[in-house]
Design a binder for this molecule. Structure first.
Ligand code: FES
Length: 164
């Protein structure tokens, strides 16, 4: 998952040109959305309109597809981010307590970010490295075999007060 923040809003013309590389078959919708996110960091409202036009469908259908795939975001990513693995191996290994500790330390619920976009906490899926359970990703880097105190220390660092 990209954590790069692209503060430049792409113009509608640029977005239409980008999605014009995808034929309007349904099977190409997810690749188009993922590639948009890879390119711009998120799939903006304008991008959704461009995709709907390219795929000759409604924006409601595109929003529905995005809702189904938790990895696709519709807001710019925060500057710093913790992603929590919600897979079964991580949860069995104490992942729920790790999540609660991070939520408490960041004062954020999962799948949210601060209003200034400085940091966020996101739901993630198993990436197959279950031997590191329970794990999180911090700014894209795996942090595995986490204890509760590890999680709190990392969340404090993300919050910017690791020395307090
Ligand atoms: S369940 Fe967390 S990495 Fe597989």
């Amino acid at each position: 998952m990209s954590n790069q923040k692209n503060t430049d809003q792409p113009k509608m013309r640029e977005l239409r040109e980008f999605v014009s590389n995808y034929s309007f078959e349904r099977g190409h919708l997810l690749p188009a959305l993922l590639d948009l996110q890879k390119e711009y960091g998120y799939v903006s409202k304008d991008a959704i309109e461009a995709v709907a036009r390219q795929f000759r469908t409604s924006t409601a259908l595109i929003y529905g597809a995005i809702t189904f795939y938790s990895d696709i975001r519709t807001e710019p990513p925060p500057d710093r981010e913790i992603v929590w693995c919600s897979g079964p191996a991580c949860r069995i290994s104490g992942g729920d307590r790790v999540r609660q500790a991070i939520e408490h330390t960041l004062n954020l619920s999962i799948d949210s970010q601060t209003s200034d976009g400085s940091y966020g906490f996101q739901l993630g899926q198993c990436n197959g490295t279950c031997s590191q359970a329970p794990q999180i990703w911090v700014d894209g880097q795996v942090c595995g075999k986490l204890s509760i105190s590890d999680a709190i220390r990392i969340a404090r660092d993300i919050r910017g007060d690791s020395n307090k």
